[in-house]
Design a protein around this ligand. Sequence first.
Ligand SMILES: NC(=O)c1ccc[n+]([C@@H]2O[C@H](COP(=O)([O-])OP(=O)(O)OC[C@H]3O[C@@H](n4cnc5c(N)ncnc54)[C@H](OP(=O)(O)O)[C@@H]3O)[C@@H](O)[C@H]2O)c1
Length: 268
Amino acid sequence: MENNKLEILNNGISMPLIGFGTYTLLGAECEKCVSNAIETGYRLIDTAQMYNNEKAVGNAIKHFDREKLFITTKLYYPSTSYEKAVLDIEKSLNNLQTNYIDLLLIHEPYNESLSMYKAMEECLHTGKIRAIGISNFNKIQYLNFIKSCGIIPAVNQVECHVFYRQKNLQNILEEHSTHMQAWSPLACGKNNFFNNPILESIAKKYGKTTGQIGLKYLIQSGISVIPKTSKIERLKENINIFDFNLDESDIRKIQTLDRNKSLFGWYS
Ligand SMILES: NC(=O)c1ccc[n+]([C@@H]2O[C@H](COP(=O)([O-])OP(=O)(O)OC[C@H]3O[C@@H](n4cnc5c(N)ncnc54)[C@H](OP(=O)(O)O)[C@@H]3O)[C@@H](O)[C@H]2O)c1
């Protein structure tokens, strides 16, 4: 099974289309889940300073071949100045026990995003970071940001799932060569995602689960995904989506689920 399909980012770096999200996983549990994810075939691990689990991620990844992994982390409000961002990038490197980060994002828009980004751009040049980007920037915030930043963000990681597809945002991002990555690609189970009748009927047709249908829909739409689970069986299930393709009529049915509204109160 080929489960490590790649997206080529705007600076030529390859990023896996599916990764393992670690939000809410802490300490020994996080360490175990990240190890299980890598053993299952995941190569991208998504963490953040805000998740308070970078050290646990670092404890797990140090047992694997670093070059085969793709580690994403994010700076948040304690780093809101150039100087603080410089220090906090070092903190992430120390916590993750690595000498480079594959993708560093600004966790959400801040007034000081451009100063933080300047520190990130410098680390890109010195090789401490391989790609830089942003997260939770809506269309207006993104367009304003790219007017002034030096390097176009490689990625904007945003809420995206069958109920909030964000097609307009994706179009704008792609116009400017920024890749859209989906957080909560399973809608975090909200809105009865796993028992949705449309997803269930499509899942039955392909011999898949509703989760697999929701993830594949995003990947077929050119969006990478970082589902989280603490269960080993679900780790296997969520990555086992590269042996089928949704046909056009099923994609149209899934499109009817889009409410064009955040389930988490973002961007309103
Ligand atoms: N940039 C940002 O601001 C931001 C915001 C939110 C999230 N994220 C990132 O995106 C990642 C994913 O988002 P998320 O964790 O909010 O939501 P998600 O991946 O959409 O859903 C996770 C939830 O679904 C359950 N689940 C996972 N696979 C399942 C399956 N196959 N069948 C049934 N239930 C399943 C998990 O429970 P179990 O663990 O019990 O399996 C968990 O409750 C996060 O972990 C984080 O890395 C980023």
